[in-house]
Write a protein that binds this ligand. Structure first.
Ligand code: ADP
Length: 450
């Protein structure tokens, strides 16, 4: 192993940071700097880091304000999963610069546990750009999240019992996944050579994985897909990655990285990232995800008596003011017992029908625009506790609400914590990646609020 994750000569000290950021002289520097390609993915990762004992803050986009003090890990949430590759690369590099300036020692590119991407990117191009910027010749790619039934074996990604391309991801509105072989998928996105670390090696433990990394490196492999079928695998992989400048992964690997810092003595055993004061106010639920999991959650909430209002992209395209109608509908319900649910969630046939008439991107944009305006209207009407379903949707809603960062709080379901927005008028936000959460998520999440 030739690589070191120590501070490189190019990283300015905090006081030298050209932007005057990110913090005060003498502040404890964060150890791990993470770049997530979507909003709920960032929250998922931040929640994992909190569980593993790192005090973590999630920033929405590259921050323009100082970091809160006493932070072990920073997750910058980009909205770059489905933008053109050049744009995704550019935003990732800006985020990397900021994290390096903040003093982070190791870097983590987080994507979805279902490897959401197309042949144009953005996982390959962003990984390439980060590797070049960090001057590193090797990294891993491991979207596994066994707790949420995303496992990798022989380089094939499983969602539950089925291959990725047989799961609901084959019908995703923006990133349909029609191949389950991660080596093949990633190789289509990068000029660098992609290899595989098989489960037999993972089962041999961290030393065996490190040896295999060295062997692959010598053979010219730059990015290795890594098998993982259990949390124990993630711990071994995490330990083997201690000296990599960059890891690329879903959130699972975050379970195994903090132990490296703890072993070095630069991370205590504190888990005090839970925010203390959550705001009291009205509750509401917004759903812009069409995943199978969210479809089931919407159906379950409606069956449980949750009042629900549907946003149909075809009606939006026809110019109907569904934003005003949804807000008029929701207003009297806010003081009731059951939080109102406003959803665009639809099954694959309905999504296809809308896309056929108005196009996939315009349909998504119309829905996002409507849901963000509804979110603003709900907050104006006193909503302070909000559940949002959908990665892209959450990113859009949070930026419309001018939220710049989140303290990560208690976990609701694997991959979904409650969060508290930074700043003067905090909101309690549960931002759920489409695929995540138990079927009763929309009714049960409230019980976990501190
Ligand atoms: P997920 O986390 O499930 O991927 P996202 O919010 O990231 O959810 O992505 C879902 C996308 O589908 C969004 O761009 C959203 O606007 C779009 N969308 C939501 N409902 C519909 C619908 N009924 N028809 C077409 N597109 C939709």
């Amino acid at each position: 192993m030739t690589e070191s994750i120590g501070e490189s000569a190019g990283i300015p000290r905090l006081s030298e940071n050209s932007a005057g950021l990110p913090g005060a002289e003498g502040m404890v520097k964060p150890l791990l700097g993470c770049i997530a390609d979507d909003f709920t993915g960032a929250t998922d990762l931040a929640g994992m880091l909190v569980r593993a004992g790192m005090r973590t803050v999630q920033m929405i986009d590259v921050p323009t304000h100082p970091l809160p003090s006493e932070v072990d890990a920073v997750v910058i949430a980009l909205k770059s999963r489905t933008v053109p590759a050049a744009e995704a690369v550019n935003s990732a590099l800006v985020a990397l610069d900021w994290l390096r300036a903040a003093g982070c020692r190791q870097f983590y590119f987080k994507y979805c546990s279902t490897f959401d991407s197309t042949d144009a990117g953005n996982i390959g191009p962003v990984t390439d750009a980060l590797m070049t910027a960090l001057g590193t010749d090797f990294t891993i790619a491991c979207p596994a999240f066994p707790e949420n039934k995303r496992t990798i074996f022989n380089g094939y990604l499983f969602v539950g019992d089925v291959l990725l391309n047989e799961s609901g991801m084959r019908d995703h509105p923006l990133t349909p996944m029609t191949d389950a072989n991660l080596v093949r998928i990633l190789q289509r996105q990068t000029q660098r050579q992609v290899g595989l670390i098989r489960h037999a090696t993972i089962a041999g433990g961290a030393a065996a994985i490190r040896e295999e990394i060295q062997r692959l490196r010598t053979a010219g492999v730059a990015i290795a897909i890594v098998d993982a079928i259990s949390d124990a695998d993630l711990m071994q992989i995490g330990a083997a990655c201690a000296e990599l400048a960059l890891v690329t992964a879903g959130s699972g690997i975050a379970l195994g990285l903090p132990q490296n810092f703890r072993r070095e003595g630069c991370l205590g055993n504190r888990i005090d990232a839970n925010a203390s004061s959550y705001p009291v106010g009205h509750r509401a639920i917004l759903s812009g995800s069409c995943s199978l999991a969210t479809q089931a959650q919407v159906a379950r909430a409606i069956a449980a008596g949750c009042p629900a209002f549907k946003i149909d992209p075809l009606r939006l395209a026809d110019g109907e003011d569904l934003v005003a109608k949804a807000l008029d509908w929701a207003t009297p319900l806010l003081s009731g017992n059951r939080p109102p649910l406003i959803y665009a969630t639809a099954d694959a046939d309905n999504v296809r029908a809308a896309q056929a008439r108005i196009g996939a991107v315009p349909a998504g944009a119309l829905v996002e625009q409507a849901l963000t305006r509804i979110a603003q209207g709900l907050v104006e009407r006193g909503v302070r506790q909000l559940i949002v379903a959908g990665g892209e949707t959450s990113g859009a809603v949070v930026s419309a609400l001018n939220v710049t960062g989140l303290h990560i709080g208690p976990q609701i379901d694997p991959g979904v914590p409650w969060t508290l927005s930074l700043g003067a008028s905090p909101l309690a936000l549960a931002l759920k990646s489409g695929n995540f959460g138990a079927p009763d998520f929309f009714t049960q999440a409230w019980n976990v609020l501190p």
